[in-house]
Design a protein around this ligand. Structure first.
Ligand SMILES: NC(=O)c1ccc[n+]([C@@H]2O[C@H](COP(=O)([O-])OP(=O)(O)OC[C@H]3O[C@@H](n4cnc5c(N)ncnc54)[C@H](OP(=O)(O)O)[C@@H]3O)[C@@H](O)[C@H]2O)c1
Length: 306
């Protein structure tokens, strides 16, 4: 039975995923949120594939352990940069350190993400998921963009989510001040905003040799959501995790998008792991995308920099 188009993502998740044996020896890769789950497994696979890694992490103790493990197992060259993506000041400092340390950037993977069941705000007053999942990756990418272009061919990958399908993005209430906060929609809003900016950036990067794609890493058992209350943690442990896959599959999918030669010129697409997929209609609204692009530039202070 063929599923309706908007449910095709369920069938895509069951499809055989692509893999690559291509190596990326010496390529400089930056990955955020590599201390756990999807990011950790992606870092591991990239190290196995020969990449030089720059791990941008909030918790430096956890990052040091990952660094030691990947050096020991793969002899990988790994640098660490500390940043809390709920603070845009940290995003700026991390980007500035990386621009000093990396004379080239071949692959940028924006993976950091959170799911909040209750509305919280960052020090600057942004709803937390919106800031961590969208504004931070938007700013980080823009600050590193010239170096990526100088290093072309280069690839940018946003670890997005099927959660974008929950919707929730309202431009006049990005921080959920006027609506009752719903965790899934808060998450959906942040991922929709990120996805909308992918199409915009892909257009701007045409002809530059730099590609940008977004991906859903699969339904995998990680720590996402475990920052919430005990009841939610218990629910996740008992009722959600048993049905999820290992995040190793996400690492393999991210590696495919980062390394496969057939992905070299593919840009402006959404992948369900490695399957090219049509996102929800609200995430394809280009006029909304242009507006969220401009708003994101304003909120992250990029307009003042221009
Ligand atoms: N798991 C899934 O089924 C699934 C499905 C769809 C999409 N995703 C996406 O996959 C990505 C990775 O998530 P995951 O599932 O691997 O969850 P995870 O195990 O919780 O990993 C999230 C990573 O992001 C970091 N992080 C969280 N908040 C941060 C902040 N304020 N500043 C800097 N780093 C921060 C975490 O650091 P700490 O180690 O310090 O906490 C960790 O390294 C996210 O973008 C998520 O939306 C996951």
């Amino acid at each position: 039975m063929k599923l309706p188009e908007e449910l095709q993502f369920i069938a895509n998740a069951r499809m055989e995923q692509k893999r690559t044996t291509a190596r990326i020896d010496g390529q400089v890769c930056i990955i955020t949120g590599a201390t756990s789950g999807v990011g950790y497994h992606a870092a591991k696979r990239l190290a196995q594939g020969g990449a030089e890694l720059n791990l941008v992490c909030r918790n430096i103790e956890k990052a040091v352990k990952v660094q030691a493990e990947l050096k020991r197992e793969y002899g990988a060259k790994i640098e660490l940069v500390q940043a809390d993506f709920s603070r845009l000041g940290d995003v700026r400092s991390a980007a500035s350190t990386l621009l000093k340390n990396c004379s080239r950037i071949d692959v940028l993977i924006n993976n950091t993400g959170v799911h909040m069941t209750r509305r919280t705000v960052t020090e600057a007053g942004f709803e937390t998921a919106f800031c961590v999942n969208h504004l931070a990756s938007f700013l980080f990418t823009r600050l590193l963009l010239d170096r990526l272009i100088e290093s072309a061919p280069a690839r940018i990958i946003h670890v997005n989510s099927q959660g974008h399908r929950f919707g929730g993005l309202e431009l006049d209430d990005l921080n959920w001040e006027r609506r009752r906060y719903k965790g899934l929609q808060g998450y959906g809003a942040s991922k929709t905003a990120q996805l909308l900016t992918v199409w915009e950036l892909a257009d701007k990067l045409k002809g530059s040799g730099v590609t940008i794609n977004a991906m859903h890493p699969g339904g995998v058992s990680t720590n996402i959501g475990m920052n919430n209350g005990l009841l939610f943690q218990w629910y996740q442990r008992l009722l959600i995790w048993p049905f999820l896959k290992s995040p190793e599959i996400s690492g393999e999918a991210i590696y495919y998008l980062a390394a496969a030669s057939e992905m070299a010129n593919v840009s402006g697409r959404f992948f369900n792991q490695t399957v090219d997929e049509k996102p929800a209609a609200h995430a394809l609204d280009r006029s909304l995308g242009k507006r969220i692009w401009k708003i994101s530039e304003e909120l992250t202070g990029l307009l003042e920099m221009a």
